[in-house]
Design a protein around this ligand. Structure first.
Ligand code: NAP
Length: 294
């Protein structure tokens, strides 16, 4: 079994971006600038946003964190988005999800200028992804593709089962792994909560991508011998045993899976760090105006 070390790959990619940004800075070019809007003070969101700011530092990017109270109105948030859309100094920005209940996430995402939508959630960017046009790929699926590529994992002709059909992970990863490219050319089965005979499906998967948000859902007997297992799940549980006061669990029972699979991503340290790095790569693309020129 080979452990897919997302932390290591992400550090390598951040270092590559830092070298590139250093050259841009030295030549007086546009240094990539990522902004993030954080509404409220949800612990998980706070951790994710801080991780993104830290990654900007590591990649040599400029960053701006805009904090808004949980009580802010939708109108005020939309105004902030408009200001960022019009700010030439900012190449790309994100609104950290989930938002408090009184917001329509769909309305907020659609208010972001697609040219600055480095999360890749805007319908224009999803449409461009489906059409195979230059786009900002959603960060988590993009991170998964980069891991498959870095570990030279064969995907062509393989049966890939994706557990989960969310707009940010399951659905886009299914589309990307089915496309006519590398990584891709898989025969993809996308499963969800209404899927019948789930176990027999996962047992036939050469590549199993799990994005459910259910800690330890996938047991060893659900995995085919020699399969590649990509665990996207992140469940934060309170724990008296860690410094942070919580522990992070994946959707796959790692110990049971590790003895059967050929490759596996750990949680934490697998897909998570790659999601942040993919956001950085999209921001770099945005600063170079690479996407909407094509
Ligand atoms: P989500 O929007 O809640 O979607 C979960 C999906 O799982 C849904 O499609 C749901 O089916 C399906 N599902 C639930 N129970 C199931 C069951 N028993 N059998 C089969 N399918 C089932 O979640 P998400 O946003 O995709 O996130 C999934 C997990 O990934 C979460 O733990 C999240 O924290 C994590 N995540 C990690 C990263 C990272 O960087 N590593 C990034 C994003 C998300 P229905 O559609 O039928 O309800």
């Amino acid at each position: 079994m080979i452990l897919i070390d997302g932390k290591k790959v992400s550090e390598e990619l951040l270092a590559e971006m830092k070298a590139e940004t250093g050259r841009v800075r030295a030549s007086g070019g546009k240094v990539p600038h990522l902004a993030a809007i954080l509404v409220g003070n949800d612990g998980g969101s706070e951790t994710y946003v801080n991780g993104k700011v830290k990654a900007c530092e590591k990649a040599g990017f400029d960053s701006t964190l805009i904090r808004l109270a949980a009580t802010v109105s939708e109108q005020e948030l939309l105004q902030k988005i408009k200001a960022l859309n019009e700010d030439d100094a900012v190449d790309g920005f994100i609104v950290q999800l989930p938002l408090p209940k009184h917001f329509s996430e769909s309305k907020i995402i659609q208010a972001i200028d697609p040219r600055k939508d480095v999360d890749g959630f805007h319908p224009s960017n999803i449409g461009r992804m489906v059409m195979g046009l230059a786009t900002y790929l959603p960060a988590t699926p993009f991170g998964i593709l980069q891991l498959l590529e870095r570990y030279k994992i064969e995907t062509s002709g393989k049966h890939c089962v994706v557990l989960g059909r969310s707009h940010i992970v399951g659905l886009p990863v299914s589309i990307l792994l089915a496309r006519n490219a590398y990584p891709g050319n898989c025969t993809v089965t996308m499963a969800h909560s209404k899927t019948e005979h789930l176990k027999s499906l996962t047992q036939s998967a050469d590549i199993l991508v799990v994005a459910l948000g259910k800690a330890g859902f996938v047991t060893g007997d659900m995995i085919k011998q020699g399969a590649v297992v990509i665990d996207v799940g992140i469940t934060r549980l309170p724990s008296a045993l860690t410094k942070t006061g919580f522990q992070i669990l994946g959707d796959v029972r790692f110990d049971e899976a590790a003895s059967k699979c050929s490759f596996i991503t750990p949680v934490p340290g697998g897909v998570g760090p790659m999601t942040i790095v993919s956001l950085m790569r999209n921001t770099l693309k945005a600063s170079k105006k690479e996407v909407y020129s094509v």
